[in-house]
Design a protein around this ligand. Structure first.
Ligand SMILES: Cc1cc2nc3c(=O)[nH]c(=O)nc-3n(C[C@H](O)[C@H](O)[C@H](O)COP(=O)(O)O)c2cc1C
Length: 401
């Protein structure tokens, strides 16, 4: 079941994030959904009916009263909808919803609705963490509503923290998952997931190292997605410029392969899922020069020694963990990936080929194939956020077997 043909009632309340709702409406309409927008009177200070109605292709209502003694029926609007989405949901609207303070069209419609209700809160940091907001979100959850948590990042006020309305694509996916019967948002609740990310740097002397082009984007996206699904997430990253958007993820920064190995095994016994997306250097200089090497000679030979193979050791010591490896190949891709799956005692391997345009290290996109011992699944080129979702959906499907 897709979103096409679904009746989606979007209620906009008065927060800065209301501008993002335009993108959400556009995405739903593009996918063939029938979208009806209503808004609180305060929301009209932030966005216009004209832009919302242009995108939704329908009139937008903000009060009960129409022209010439007519009224905008909150009952009809409510019963029409397959789902109701409040995005953004202000502290005020949330409070009115859970306490039944029915003084505008949005709340009257909400209270008349029999369909599932999704809430995408958006507030400044202190409002979001205020006990009254927390309590009201809990009440909304107890009513059976689906909360799409606010994300962390820079807020309109200039503060940094949790409170930003989830991105339109995240909200879209939550609704799509609902209609397609896909895994619910908290599907990894109670699980501990360890993810390695980024490159490792192997020192040559105090100022030089051997490294690689890994950006860490894939590992960070996986960590954020696993956290969104309710997992406790331990992210062990080599040197990477990525900024973690989710403050619930435990981030440990390391430099070399040996440091990464040591950090992984601080947690290994307690994890349920291990995902090794780091591009760990295979070799490191045998000796690290104490002083900066001078350019006296025409040739310089550095003797390299093999680094420990972190993933292989994880495979050897596996007791209950579900282990996922990554293979970045340039030739004989499938054969090499499947070989790695066997040799390292993995449950699943994600292959990306440098031969595919848009895949690999530095891009924001990736194109993957997933292999288990018995299955193979190919995916299109997608953003790394979407790829993280595909990977975790696949992991979860394996855990259910
Ligand atoms: C510039 C500005 C930004 C605001 N942003 C938010 C916000 O993000 N979240 C929120 O809960 N309230 C925010 N408010 C306060 C709400 O607009 C206010 O509580 C209003 O009464 C909400 O009404 P409504 O829930 O009926 O739309 C903001 C107010 C202003 C003036």
């Amino acid at each position: 079941m897709s979103i096409s043909g679904k009746k989606i009632l979007i209620a906009v309340s008065g927060g800065i994030a209301a501008y993002k709702t335009h993108f959400l409406i556009r995405d739903f309409v593009k996918k063939g959904a029938d979208v009806q927008v209503i808004m609180t009177p305060d929301a009209e200070q932030f966005v216009t009916k004209l832009s919302l109605s242009t995108l939704s292709k329908k009139p937008v209502y903000s009060d009960f009263y129409g022209d010439n003694g007519t009224w905008n029926s909150h009952v009809e609007l409510a019963l029409w909808a397959d789902i109701m989405m409040i995005a953004p949901c202000t502290a005020n609207t949330l409070s009115k919803m859970v306490h039944g303070m029915c003084d505008n069209l949005v709340i009257a419609t909400y209270m008349s609705a029999k369909c599932p209700v999704f809430i995408a809160p958006a507030m400044d940091l202190d409002m979001y963490i205020h006990p009254s907001t927390k309590k009201n979100l809990k009440l909304a959850e107890d009513f059976g509503h689906i909360i799409i948590p606010a994300e962390s990042g820079e807020l309109a006020s200039g503060l940094i923290g949790q409170g930003r309305m989830a991105e339109p694509e995240t909200i879209y996916t939550a609704v799509e998952n609902y209609f397609t019967g896909n895994i619910p948002a908290k599907s990894l609740e109670g699980k501990t997931v360890l993810i390695t990310a980024g490159p490792t740097y192997e020192a040559i002397d105090p100022v030089r190292f051997i490294g690689n082009h890994s950006s860490g984007k894939m590992g960070f996206s996986l960590a954020e997605e696993a956290s969104k699904r309710g997992a406790k997430v331990i992210l062990i990253s080599g040197p990477s410029a990525q900024v973690l958007k989710d403050s619930n993820v435990e981030l440990y920064k390391v430099t070399s392969a040996r440091e990464m190995l040591a950090k992984v095994f601080e947690f290994y016994d307690k994890i349920d899922i291990g995902i090794a997306s780091a591009a760990v250097a295979d070799y490191a200089p045998k000796e690290v020069a104490k002083e900066k090497i001078k350019k006296n000679d025409d040739n310089l030979t550095i003797e390299l020694v093999k680094n420990p193979d972190i993933l292989k050791i994880m495979g050897e010591k596996k007791t209950h963990q579900f282990l996922v490896g990554f293979a970045l190949e340039t030739q004989n891709e499938e054969e090499n990936a499947k070989g790695k799956l066997e040799k390292k005692n993995l449950d699943m391997i994600v292959l990306n080929s440098l031969r595919d345009e848009g895949a690999g290290f530095k891009n924001d996109t990736n194109k993957i194939k997933i292999f288990t011992k018995t299955e193979k699944k190919e995916f299109n080129l997608k953003s790394k956020g979407d790829v993280a979702r595909d990977i975790l959906n696949f992991v979860e499907s394996q855990l259910l077997k």
